[in-house]
Design a protein around this ligand. Structure first.
Ligand code: PLP
Length: 415
């Protein structure tokens, strides 16, 4: 183990952290579980599970209906969770946080509402070539309708955004830049501050897909100055089907509603309907109340940690993984950006990633295999997919050792 890894192991109490996660305590296929599929979804600490279960056991009621005590309690908890998310991202105000089902819905909301309003024939939306499909397809759907074009910012063989190419693509046709904070397929950390600044200088609005950003970094949307930031709760220790969109008030005010229904209106008549204030204008129908409360509990969990120490621990895990990978014959890393977080994508000579995933699973080791919903970058690299080990703050150096021992064993089956 490297010196950095030893130091981080000493200063971060991973054992105490792991004890908070019931799912990590189990055996899978006769072995203690090694869970390395955190970029897909993380496990949930007991406090998140309790918050959701307490809501259904005690407070279950619809929100913003104010007719009785339970409804008041549900509303208070639901809106308190929104405040927690606003504080997590350092939004200027709570009304700039819109509940969504996750990153995918958040991006679809911006594409459908903001994109459809501003895009005209000949305009461009820039996304990177390493984006998740959820930061490509929503733009394509809207661009097609408006006669606009979705253009990919090139990515180098190392998996880094080509910033020179980005600069040269920025002209008056570009109305929106939408880029991931961290690539789920390669782990590359994009220089989002520079991207936001350059995008703004060119007169574009900038959306950051933070699905893989929030779990690993403290995010300050005001300091970044981004226009939109989208993330999913389930990748940061919260429940599935719950996430949020941060949007600057000025833009959210200009945007038409995304869905119509109850809650998003002030008055409805056949002569015309008036819309509710932010954030409710974008939240038609009964929301995922338990999900929001669970996400609030996940924010509490994150805020209770020394996030700097957590980041050092995660970086040390990745460095240790790379060290081991460099000495593992037949293994090729996919994505070698200088700044990496969360994910380690790789290929093993003579094996299909799907077979490798199965052989690891038989040893109780969970990794993800496939194209990671990032087909364009896989196509650029000329591969159908990779195996990906992805880390959360509860992973250990022992998990990494188990992964490589598992790969060694898998090799004997593959020969
Ligand atoms: N963007 C990135 C970078 C992701 O990794 C993911 C999920 O893997 C998404 C978007 C979509 O997230 P969700 O499925 O939670 O909406």
């Amino acid at each position: 183990m490297s010196e950095a890894a030893v130091q981080s192991a000493a200063s971060f109490d991973v054992a105490a952290l792991r004890a908070q996660f019931p799912a990590l305590q189990q055996e899978v296929n006769g072995q203690p579980l090694v869970y390395l599929d955190n970029a897909a979804t993380t496990h949930k600490p007991q406090r998140v599970i309790d918050a959701i279960s307490d809501f259904y056991r005690l407070d279950n009621s619809n929100v913003h209906r104010g007719a009785h005590t339970l409804s008041d309690r549900a509303t208070l908890a639901f809106e308190a969770a929104r405040q927690k998310v606003a504080a997590l991202l350092n939004a200027a105000e709570t009304a700039e946080i819109i509940w969504t089902r996750g990153t995918t819905e958040a991006i679809n909301l911006v594409a459908s509402s903001y994109g459809r309003r501003v895009l005209r024939a000949g305009d461009r939306v820039l996304v990177s070539a390493m984006e998740h499909h959820s930061n490509i397809v929503p733009w394509q759907l809207v661009a097609q309708e408006c006669g606009a074009e979705v253009v990919a910012i090139p990515v180098s063989a190392e998996g880094e955004l080509d910033m020179a190419a980005f600069r040269s693509l920025l002209d008056e046709r570009v109305k929106i830049v939408a880029v991931g904070h961290v690539s789920n397929a390669l782990g590359s950390v994009n220089p989002i501050q520079e991207i936001i600044d350059l995008g703004h200088q060119a007169g574009a609005k900038v959306l950051i897909d933070g699905a893989q950003g929030v779990p690993h970094f403290s995010v300050d949307v005001q300091a970044l100055g981004c226009d939109f930031y989208a993330f999913s709760g389930h990748k940061m220790y919260g429940p599935t089907g719950m996430g949020a969109l941060y949007g600057r008030r000025e833009l959210l005010e200009q945007m038409p509603p995304y869905h119509g229904g109850g809650e998003m209106i002030k008055t409805v008549s056949f002569a015309g309907t008036t819309f509710n204030d932010l954030p409710f204008k974008f939240e038609a129908g009964t929301p995922n109340i338990a999900g929001a409360i669970g996400l609030g509990a996940a924010v509490d969990f994150l805020q209770s940690l020394d996030r700097k120490a957590a980041a050092v621990h995660e970086a040390a895990l990745l460095a240790y993984t790379h060290e081991k990978a460099a000495n593992f014959s037949g293994l090729t890393r996919v994505g070698r950006a200088k700044q990496i977080a969360g994910a380690f994508s790789f290929l093993l000579e003579g094996s299909h990633p799907a077979d490798l995933g199965m052989l690891l699973d038989q040893q109780g080791i969970a990794v993800r295999t496939g194209d990671h919903c990032a087909q364009p970058i896989m196509k650029q690299f000329g591969i159908p997919g990779t195996a990906r080990a992805s880390f959360a703050l509860y992973n250990t150096f022992d998990d990494v050792d188990r992964l490589f021992a598992g790969l060694e064993k898998a090799k004997t089956f593959l020969m």
